[in-house]
Every structure is written in structure tokens, then in C-alpha cells.
Design a protein around this ligand. Structure first.
Ligand code: NI
Ligand code: MN
Length: 226
């Protein structure tokens, strides 16, 4: 599957010819200055939680592309109130089928609130089953045993996991998360955007390799085959 990294926790995956975009945060990311928002393709936009570093550019991209925006009940309500027309709710435990395949929202251990501090529902991850392959995006989360439930539903080809520590899992726990969801291939996100989550990339890759796992760290704007 084709995966493009847009910096922080924003990336897209092409499945069934559709562009699935995740947690768009581009205009607020100094490291993603070279990404033009107008060039970002999206047929679907999945939003893991209400923090601005995961949804800052949702309205702009959805407004331009008409992409279907999917997130918790509270995000669905929020985007509807913002005037977005094409929005659907998906809460943890629920699944929904679309033309690219089926997606299930799953537990994440993380906070979730809007910029003004108001309640944004619970944070979630997403698991995808598509004809092109299956994958898991954990969203912002700490390591948790609920991840061991994921292989019961889907045989994961790769996982997209935060590795920046401090605000989410760090490298060590992301290794354990990969083992919990039974995949050997991880795309690392949510690192280096700010000093607080700066990591040693070479050391991170080495840590994964030492456990028989592969950590992929595409550059911002880079597309890779996963
Ligand atoms: Ni967050
Ligand atoms: Mn975050």
C-alpha cells in the first residue's frame, strides 16, 4: 500500500484507489512548511481525537475535497457545527464499511479536548481491513493491553504508532505495541515536531531491529510502499 507522510501524526494511505488521510496538522507544523495544503489528497479524513495537532487542517481539506470526515460522536457534532456537510460518527468498538473496506474504532489511552478546553469525546485508534491490506493506526496513546484484542479482528500488515514519548508512547512501548498487534512493520509518527518529543531516530530504528521489527521513518512529503 502507498503511504505518504505529512509530518507529525498526519499521513495518508491509498486503499481501493481512495486516499485515506489521518489527523491533518500541516499549517501549524514548522517541519511541514514545504507541504502545500492544496496538494493533499483526501477522499476520507479520520480524526483520532480533538487535540489541535490532529485536526487543525480538517476543515480546510474537507472543504476543498469534500472528503468524508470520520471521528468520535463529539468530533462528528463539532465538525457538523463548523458547517462541514460530509461527516460521520464512529466511536470505539464500532465499525463501518465504505467503498475501500471496513474500519473499526478502537481504544486509545489519551486525553481529548478542543482548544478551548471543552470535551471532545474519548481518543481512539482505527483498524482497517481492505482488499489491499490491513493496518492499525493507534492515534495518540499509551501502551495498553486492549491492543492485544486487535489481531482477533484483523491480521495487521503494518501499524502506524507514535514514538515521540512524553505525550504518547515512546520507542520501547511502541515495540511492545507492535508485538501486541502482531505486526513486524511499524511506521513511526508523533516525534520531533517540538523539542519535548525529539528522538534519536537511529537509536529508535536500532531498538526495533534488535527485536526483529522494522521501523520506517519516511521523510515529510515522502511516499513509501508498506
Ligand atoms: Ni493528543
Ligand atoms: Mn498529539
Amino acid at each position: 500500500m502507498d503511504l505518504t507522510y505529512y509530518g507529525h501524526a498526519c499521513f495518508s494511505v491509498v486503499a481501493g484507489g481512495k486516499h485515506l488521510l489521518f489527523d491533518p496538522f500541516i499549517t501549524g507544523n514548522d517541519l511541514a512548511k514545504n507541504i502545500r495544503l492544496e496538494d493533499v489528497k483526501a477522499d476520507y479524513i479520520f480524526v483520532s481525537h480533538g487535540h489541535s495537532d490532529h485536526m487543525l487542517d480538517v476543515a480546510a481539506i474537507a472543504g476543498r475535497t469534500g472528503a468524508l470526515v470520520i471521528g468520535s460522536w463529539e468530533l462528528y457534532t463539532y465538525f457538523g457545527n463548523q458547517g462541514l456537510k460530509n461527516v460521520q460518527p464512529l466511536n470505539p468498538g464500532g465499525k463501518a464499511s465504505f467503498d475501500f473496506g471496513t474500519v473499526k474504532a478502537v481504544a486509545a489511552i489519551h486525553s481529548s479536548s478542543f482548544q478551548d478546553g471543552s470535551y471532545a469525546g474519548v481518543a481512539s485508534g482505527f483498524v482497517f481491513k481492505t482488499a489491499d491490506g490491513n493496518f492499525y493506526y493507534s492515534g495518540d496513546t499509551g501502551l495498553n493491553l486492549d491492543m492485544t484484542l486487535i489481531p482477533r479482528w484483523a491480521d495487521i500488515d503494518f501499524a502506524v504508532l507514535p514514538i515521540g514519548d512524553r505525550l504518547t508512547m515512546g520507542v520501547e512501548d511502541a515495540v511492545a505495541a507492535a508485538q501486541f498487534v502482531k505486526t513486524t512493520k511499524v511506521v513511526g509518527v508523533h516525534y520531533d515536531t517540538w523539542g519535548l518529543i525529539h528522538i534519536d531516530k537511529a537509536a529508535a530504528v536500532k531498538e526495533f531491529t534488535s527485536k526483529g521489527l522494522t521501523l520506517l521513518l519516511p521523510g515529510i512529503g515522502e511516499s513509501i510502499e508498506v
